[in-house]
Design a protein around this ligand. Sequence first.
Ligand code: NAP
Length: 336
Amino acid sequence: MPKFVSPPERLLRSAASHASASSTSTGAAYRAAFCAQTNKPLVIKKVYDTKQLGPSELRIRIRACAINFADILMCQGAYQEKPNLPFIPGTEIAGDIIEIGSNVTTFKKGDKVLALVNLHGFAEQCITDVDATWKIPNTVSYATAATLVVSYATAYMAFDRRAELKKGETVLVTAAAGGTGLAAVDLGANVFGANVIGAAGSAEKTALAKVKGAMHAINYREQDIKTEVLSITKRKGVDVVFDAVGGDTFEKCLRCTGFGGRLLTIGYASGSIPKGSYRFKDPKLYKHSIDSVVRLLGEGKIHPHVGASFPLNKINEAFQFIKDRKSTGKIAITMD
Ligand SMILES: NC(=O)c1ccc[n+]([C@@H]2O[C@H](COP(=O)([O-])OP(=O)(O)OC[C@H]3O[C@@H](n4cnc5c(N)ncnc54)[C@H](OP(=O)(O)O)[C@@H]3O)[C@@H](O)[C@H]2O)c1
């Protein structure tokens, strides 16, 4: 029997409690994308932010913010966290520090950083906590930095702590050209030394998975996953499944695991929604995973793929692009 090792929990998102735009009539104005009504296009508006920094906080000039599946669901009112309207979505950002709180010693003005915020990422400015902010090398682009953590730290934690993936083992990754899937392919093949089978929904997507390091690819719109996996593994099945699709695909993957196999249920792109957050349930493991992928990025051992970037005023087009399954890797919103 395969072992189910990862409950459907989101790795990183915290309770979306604080963070609506502060709108007073003084202070420097910046643009932000507001969800004013669920299931309606986001609206770009000016924010007048006069909020004082707390002692451990940083004010960031945002240069890029990643789009995550959960952002789209939240704006549809279909995510487990339902912020009060209006709110500014977006949780994964990169930019430059423009102000530091009175107790901050580990960062300085001008540092290039990535950060996780509860909300307020699709904006030109935000406030972050030092504990949720990481310095990034100057050689890394803002778009790459903004799109790193949720996908790569999720895949890293899943392989390292949940599946205990070993060199030479075989991993099947579904939605292998998606944000999380491609991170799993990259980490699985290039960091953990596994033999990766990338399964995705078009020839272009499977080709991309192979470029990233997948040894074999399956186009599951045209080929049967189980038949192909059994043929590739000479009927042994895979050691680990990394599934971010759920539904029928998950069922099929279940039948592809070999003896002692581990099934990582990462997400449900095809339907229902994962719950929970490692950020609060296991903050040490959460931080360790992010530290690890930031380090691997600096060492040039992983290569995040930003499939496309859209300017802030095209955020609705960017959301639609992902909903239409046209995206590969991660999509970034840039604040130029
Ligand atoms: N556990 C965690 O902490 C964690 C972290 C990040 C993401 N997630 C979850 O993982 C899932 C994927 O996230 P992601 O960022 O990788 O998304 P993504 O980049 O948009 O990739 C999703 C992919 O899923 C595939 N898919 C299959 N059926 C689909 C359907 N009915 N509708 C849309 N897509 C479908 C598509 O690829 P093909 O065309 O190749 O099938 C699509 O490109 C989401 O449920 C997300 O919430 C969980």
